[in-house]
Design a binder for this molecule. Sequence first.
Ligand SMILES: [Zn+2]
Length: 292
Amino acid sequence: MTRVTSFWSSESVKKIYSDNSLDTVDIKALGREPDAQFMCAYCGHSVPSYNPNFGICPFCEQYAEQLESDLKRNKEAFAALTEISTNTTTQKYDDALDSFDRLIAIAKTPQNLYAKAIFHLYLSDYEYGKRDYQTPNGFMEENSNRIDAGNLHFSNAKALFFQAITLADKQMQGNPDPLLNYTKFLSQMQLRRMLDTKKTLAAINAISQEAPITKYANMLYYCMNNDKRADTYISKVTEIGIPNGFYYYASFLAEKKNLGEAKKILLKLLEKVDIHSAKKLLIGIERVQTIL
Ligand SMILES: [Zn+2]
């Protein structure tokens, strides 16, 4: 009789899992308060960082190196950023979208277009999340409206990602710029254009191996592809003090079915930094844990 060995329980796979346990990631940093608080110049989100010189926005993942006091110098743009935050907190989402448009009217950049696209994705999640299948038939129409609204936000986001790519190319005109390439890379990744993403990542790596966004972009790429090399880059990102790295660490562990450890890290992280994706992942893990 042929012995059937389950692929998932084979020793070789267990070895890969233990190699992927990311022993190199030091989570001690999460025990203390962030050293600096920047403000995202594209979505107004606060950007806590364990690095005193820069951070990566926990909402739109753009590079942030300006404090609130720096951004205040551009009064109009700062007013639009403040409005985005206030309107988001008070759930006046249409007004928040208008505030994004005001910011884009002041300076149309790939980063601004990208941040608005991410906000549309956030609203798309919000609409889908409000669906209710527990209520009687009369509410089906309401659910259908939610789905339509969610789909519309998703399409708007996609259109903006394409615009961000086109504008980044136009602004670079053959002169590679790390930040523009980074936004182009993020947009291509959101659109799941894997070949293009790989090419842009190569362009980012060619400019500088040591720049924070190079490390961050590599981490995103390998995490998304569930590639073993994610390990190295998650370590590099957390070492330079970017809290988002811990979210990716948790999502990588969750991917490897280590839900307990992933949840522990997310809870610690959320005590210090407000990361929408981390909250979503935590809810997902808790849902799976109740089923298991
Ligand atoms: Zn942002």
